[in-house]
Design a protein around this ligand. Structure first.
Ligand code: GAL
Length: 411
């Protein structure tokens, strides 16, 4: 009797399919107002499908703190179900063999055809999809308050670096802050993306910061890049240290400052404050970078957390790539869709420009991965670059030393 019961128990455990757990724990760093609102679109869509959303926000721009939390969770054997991730961080985790394969969802959704090739390079591992891209951002933008520009007597959008500096000086003379900035390493590095591209052009940027060519890194152009970074340092206010990026956006929105050099997540804050592009604020490429893009794309990876979660993870991945979701999300987030088959008709003027720029950059081979946002080099080198850029920005090392240290960091 006992034996029979035991056999029955074993048989039922073996044959019983794992009960699907219709919940997802989502780790992300979208804690600013516009970011949380954008993510809420995904949450609502999934909840309509009966998926429970367990939110795991880790505050900190560019996801540095979030990536530390992910590492701790994975090492302790308790990874989250779904994680916001980008660029080389995805590559690193894929190499560890801990990411779930979402290839069947990607095949069913035809992702191979609709996702820009540059992004696919990070979404796939060994030819299989391991990440669902949610957007494309770019970092070489200037966000400008129109009223402050008017008050400072700036009548035209600056086209060259020198024009930009002159305009910024006019802003200071008129009693406003020229550049709203937060002194955090990733924000300093976000300035560096644009300054490097503006100073050296596409081939210089690629050779120095993607291919890590020592001669190019040590060249006079890199010294010029740091010289320009020091010029920007003169344009920020005295309280810039440690300030969050969205607080800096708020300074432009509230007419305290004229410009912010930041990725287009900043636009999300302008839009959620009810500001209108080309009326209240302007968006233009950092002077000298027109025609090229330093991009980054947010994606969601699914960690291998057990068979019972696979169904919910697949629904999550499919929801991320749903065309109408990508429109709704990116309108709020400030980014543009990670699909090439979406019309720009519902988007604002800045997003229309971003979509056009992306197509052009893709065609002309001027699409460059952002150094600051993990799309140019692996995290270890990225962090070593951050260290040099920030110490230079804070005046701890001079231009020449910064050049030498960047070359060393690349090694
Ligand atoms: C970027 C990310 C954006 C935005 C920004 C500020 O790395 O791609 O979506 O969140 O950081 O945190």
């Amino acid at each position: 009797m006992k034996k029979q019961l035991l056999a029955l128990c074993i048989a039922s455990t073996i044959s019983m399919p794992a009960l699907a757990d219709q919940s997802v724990e989502v780790l992300h760093w979208w804690t600013a107002g516009s970011e949380a609102a954008a993510l809420n679109v995904l949450k609502t869509n999934l909840e309509k499908q009966g998926i429970t959303w367990n939110d795991m926000p880790v505050a900190g721009g560019s996801g540095e703190a979030a990536m530390t939390t992910v590492r701790t969770r994975v090492i302790s054997g308790n990874p989250p179900t779904a994680v916001q991730m980008q660029g080389f961080d995805i590559t690193n985790w894929a190499n560890e063999g801990v990411l779930a394969d979402i290839n069947d969802i990607a095949t069913a959704g035809n992702w191979d055809t609709v996702v820009p090739t540059a992004i696919q390079a990070f979404s796939k591992h060994d030819g299989k999809w391991v990440a669902a891209p949610v957007n494309v951002h770019s970092t070489n933008w200037v966000w400008a308050n129109k009223a402050v520009m008017d008050k400072a007597g700036i009548t035209e959008v600056p086209e060259t670096w020198d024009d930009f500096i002159k305009a910024a000086e006019k802003v200071q003379a008129a009693g406003f802050i020229a550049l709203a900035h937060g002194g955090q390493p990733w924000q300093d590095a976000t300035l560096f993306d644009g300054v490097a591209l503006s100073t050296g052009g596409v081939e210089y940027y690629r050779k120095a910061f993607v291919e890590l060519d020592q001669d190019t890194l040590k060249s006079a152009t890199t010294e010029e890049v740091f010289k320009r970074m020091a010029q920007l340092r003169q344009l920020v206010d005295k309280d810039f240290s440690g300030r969050d990026w969205n607080v800096a956006s708020g300074m432009v929105i509230n007419e305290q400052a004229a410009f912010q050099i930041m990725g287009d997540w900043a636009k999300g804050e302008f839009i959620s404050a009810g500001k209108v592009p080309n009326q209240d604020f302007l968006c233009f490429r950092l002077p000298g970078t027109q025609g090229a893009i330093t991009y980054n794309a947010d994606q969601f990876v699914m960690f291998k957390v057990g068979d019972e979660f696979v169904d919910a993870q697949k629904k999550f991945a499919a929801a991320v790539m749903d065309p109408s979701f990508q429109i709704a999300f990116n309108k709020v987030k400030g980014s543009v869709p990670a699909r090439t088959d979406i019309s720009d008709s519902e988007f604002d003027d800045c997003a229309k420009k971003a979509m056009k720029d992306l197509v052009e950059a893709n065609t002309n081979n001027t699409l460059l991965g952002s150094i600051a946002h993990a799309h140019a080099v692996p995290p270890s080198i990225k962090n070593a670059f951050f260290d040099v850029i920030t110490r230079h920005f804070n005046g701890q090392i001079d231009d020449k030393t910064a050049v030498e240290e960047m070359a060393m960091a690349a090694q």
